[in-house]
Design a protein. Structure first.
Length: 393
């Protein structure tokens, strides 16, 4: 069991470097559209502030190539100021004399948000000198950025090797919730997978299949499974690697005696139709392109969901960002929300879908990490968690 901030004593006056995940969604003009990740981080920040720690927060935003004004964390500082009035300052850099002076002038219970750590290429390179400079700002390191726990970066891995460390409340909750769902699942357990790349989800599907009662597959990845079973899919997007991965999964599931449920009808459009007029079909052929699960498949999935006592969902079930092809994803989101099952939703698109369907409040656990949650479900090691010290017993 990893050491939690609950296990840290004597925090008053200590400089705590908190790695948070403030990689917030933005629109095309750079305006933040959802502050959920900031709100999720508040309990950890508040705990440290109330105990008199000097809280230095480090995060990234987007994938900048050097400094990019629209990816500055300054707007996040403004959000934090609303929750901690008079306590928040912003550093325009991450390391250096200027930042060191700001840290030195901090009072107990104050907060300093550092600039986007990915403005420095040394961050993603896990550069040891960069990690050393970052670590010099603090006495203790706390990782609460579950969304990047699978990244071996300077601020998620390198710094943790140089300072006494622990995990925050958000990270602790993610780990406990996901591990409990896999190790001690409530039965019947239904796992739902969507999205595009089958090869990215081989390990997690096979690991979950060991304990799940049924696996439902939709979205673009479903077409690879259908081809592997000998069905035609018209012009729906697949590649040879994804079909090979789907075949591997089908063989493994057959050996395990597990059931996989694939779409039996589709909402499609003709490739030659510029307006992409949708229509229902049970067979994809010619220049048809599948873009959503059809009503018969929705009913089939809803029946499985209705019997479940635990549900894990990752990946949209169609081209949900298009109004014409969102019905499948939204109806399944609502079915999960209405069910009596304990529900876990992970992955950016799935989380976005449940929010757009206005049923996120009825989901038991919405994971803040897409790739990280998949790796944890697949039983793989996550560098950002593994590097944290074990709890003293």
């Amino acid at each position: 069991m990893k050491r939690s901030i609950r296990d840290l004593v004597g925090l008053e006056g200590k400089r705590v470097l908190l790695r948070a995940d403030f990689n917030l969604p933005m629109n095309k003009v750079g305006k933040i559209t959802d502050t959920t990740r900031v709100v999720s981080e508040l309990p950890t920040i508040r705990y440290l502030v109330e105990r008199g720690a000097k809280v230095i927060i480090c995060s990234h935003l987007g994938r900048p190539k050097g400094f990019e004004f629209r990816l500055s964390l300054w707007p996040v500082a403004l959000i934090l100021m609303k929750y901690f009035p008079g306590k928040v300052q912003f550093a325009h850099k991450v390391i250096g004399d200027e930042v060191a002076k700001q840290v030195e002038s901090m009072s107990n219970g104050s907060i300093l948000l550092l600039e986007n750590v990915r403005f420095y290429k040394e961050e993603t390179e896990n550069d040891p000198e960069f990690a050393k400079h970052l670590a010099s700002l603090a006495d203790i390191y706390v990782n609460d950025a579950f969304g990047v726990a699978h990244r071996k970066h300077a601020s998620t891995f390198g710094v943790a090797r140089l300072l006494p460390n622990a995990i925050g409340f958000l990270m602790e909750n993610e780990i406990n919730t996901i591990e409990e769902a896999i190790k001690n699942p409530k039965k019947p357990f239904v796992a739902i997978f969507g999205g595009a790349k089958v090869q990215d989800k081989i390990k997690v599907i096979l690991n979950i299949a060991k304990v799940a009662d049924s696996i439902l597959v939709g979205g673009a990845m479903a077409y690879s499974f259908l081809v592997a079973q000998g069905h035609t899919i018209g012009q729906s997007l697949i590649n040879a690697e994804s079909v090979s991965s789907a075949s591997q999964i089908l063989d493994e599931l057959k050996t395990m005696g597990k059931r996989i449920v694939l779409p039996i009808d589709h909402i499609a459009y003709n490739l030659s139709d510029k307006k992409m007029k949708p229509f229902q079909t049970e067979v994809l052929s010619g220049d048809m392109v599948g873009a959503d699960i059809g009503p018969k498949t929705i009913n089939l999935f809803e029946e499985e969901i209705g019997r479940a006592r635990q549900i894990v969902w990752n990946g949209p079930l169609g081209k949900y960002e298009d109004e014409k092809f969102k019905a499948g994803t939204f109806k399944i989101a609502k079915a999960i929300a209405k069910s009596k099952a304990y529900s876990i939703v992970g992955g950016g698109d799935s989380v976005s879908a449940v929010k757009q369907a206005k049923c996120d409040k009825l989901i038991n656990h919405i994971s803040t990490g897409g790739g990280a949650s998949l790796k944890l479900m697949s039983g793989e090691d996550l560098p950002g968690i593994d590097v944290i010290q074990e709890k003293y017993i």
